[in-house]
Design a binder for this molecule. Structure first.
Ligand code: HEC
Ligand code: HEC
Ligand code: HEC
Ligand code: HEC
Ligand code: HEC
Length: 216
């Protein structure tokens, strides 16, 4: 009952909004297909998830257990970047340079990796600075579902839906981009499909199309 009342309020509210913005280009705010914002650190999924094949859920470990897949804390980056302060290419260049000049190699830290160290409260060489606290990296959120929609990763990952079905081929992306429009039609199209798990139980299919499944 509570749920139905809220839904009615929602429909009236949204109806009002639609009248106010009643032109054909109206979209829900913050829901933009092809959105590809610049991030504070030039982190590459193509390198980490593609070339190095780090599993998605090594970093996004919330996906199978909760609503949010989650963005990893800098600690997770430090599992490797404690030891990796520059790319192999840059290290090779410095090695060549040093041998030409007949000197020892200089320690190298790339500008992007200094940003990880600085978020940890570390110095540019990656060593803790006494009394200096870390602060989290302010990643720009790419995918945004409006507050009146309920979405959770858990049931999707449990049912075996692939990350790529909803996020595209992330492992080839230098920078993350929203590939789908995340519209209601998009959710419903997939919920209507003949998934094995769905055809097995017609009442499940019905549930997946119910307004109250996705709207409070
Ligand atoms: C080494 C850690 C790491 C791995 C592995 C990784 N990611 Fe990410 N992911 C991040 C970080 C950090 C961000 C936030 C910065 C950004 O958007 O690039 C992010 C952002 C995202 C976003 C955008 C979130 C938003 O703001 O809406 C999606 C979608 C995503 N990752 C999916 C994937 C998928 C799918 C895989 C596997 C193919 C994967 N990630 C592998 C660290 C990782
Ligand atoms: C059924 C579609 C679907 C699948 C499958 C899916 N996602 Fe998402 N993902 C979304 C939607 C929709 C959002 C936006 C959620 C929001 O705004 O609350 C999102 C948001 C995210 C975010 C931003 C942070 C968060 O959790 O809200 C990350 C990171 C992410 N997804 C990673 C992944 C990874 C990794 C996988 C596979 C393990 C995956 N997603 C599978 C639809 C999906
Ligand atoms: C599994 C190990 C691993 C994890 C976890 C990891 N990285 Fe990396 N990362 C590497 C390696 C190895 C390289 C260097 C690749 C090369 O030689 O080209 C690298 C390269 C980079 C670079 C490129 C540096 C440059 O100079 O171009 C950035 C930026 C980066 N990582 C950011 C991150 C961030 C941010 C996280 C956490 C969200 C993270 N990495 C997690 C292994 C990792
Ligand atoms: C690529 C296919 C696909 C897309 C896209 C998709 N879903 Fe789903 N959804 C599924 C499957 C499969 C299940 C699990 C069905 C089952 O367990 O019987 C599911 C389950 C759910 C559930 C859990 C229902 C319950 O109570 O058990 C919710 C809520 C949900 N989806 C919301 C959404 C929303 C909101 C969107 C769009 C933002 C969306 N889904 C997009 C395939 C999809
Ligand atoms: C599978 C999930 C899902 C189901 C089921 C669902 N919706 Fe939605 N609905 C959404 C999503 C996601 C949005 C946000 C779309 C956007 O951001 O553009 C939305 C948006 C809306 C809006 C805002 C206007 C618009 O079209 O963007 C209204 C009104 C609405 N839904 C009503 C309903 C009604 C009525 C039902 C039942 C017949 C229903 N929804 C069933 C996912 C769902």
């Amino acid at each position: 009952m509570q749920k139905q009342l809220k839904l009615v309020t929602l429909l009236i509210l949204v109806g009002g909004l639609l009248v106010i913005f009643s032109n054909s280009t109206f979209r829900m705010p913050g829901n933009q297909q092809n959105y590809e914002p610049i991030q504070p650190i030039d982190f590459s999924h193509r390198l980490h998830a593609g070339e190095m094949e780090v599993p998605c859920q090594y970093c996004h470990y919330g996906a199978s257990q909760s609503r949010h897949a989650g963005i990893p804390a800098t600690n997770v980056c430090m599992n490797c970047h404690k030891y990796v302060s520059a790319t192999r290419d840059d290290l090779r260049l410095e090695e060549e340079q040093a041998s030409v000049e007949g000197r020892d190699m200089k320690p190298l830290t790339s500008l992007e990796i200094i940003k990880i160290y600085s978020a940890m409260g570390y110095d540019p060489q990656g060593n803790p600075v006494e009394g200096k606290a870390g602060k989290s990296v302010e990643w720009v959120k790419v995918h945004n579902i409006p507050d009146f929609v309920f979405f959770s990763h858990k049931p999707h990952i449990t049912a075996g839906v692939d990350c790529a079905d909803c996020h595209g081929d992330v492992s080839s992306m230098e920078r993350i981009k929203q590939t789908e429009d995340l519209s209601m039609g998009w959710c419903l199209d997939c919920h209507r499909k003949d998934h094995e798990s769905l055809t097995a139980a017609p009442e499940r299919t019905q549930l997946l199309l119910d307004c109250a499944t996705c709207h409070y």
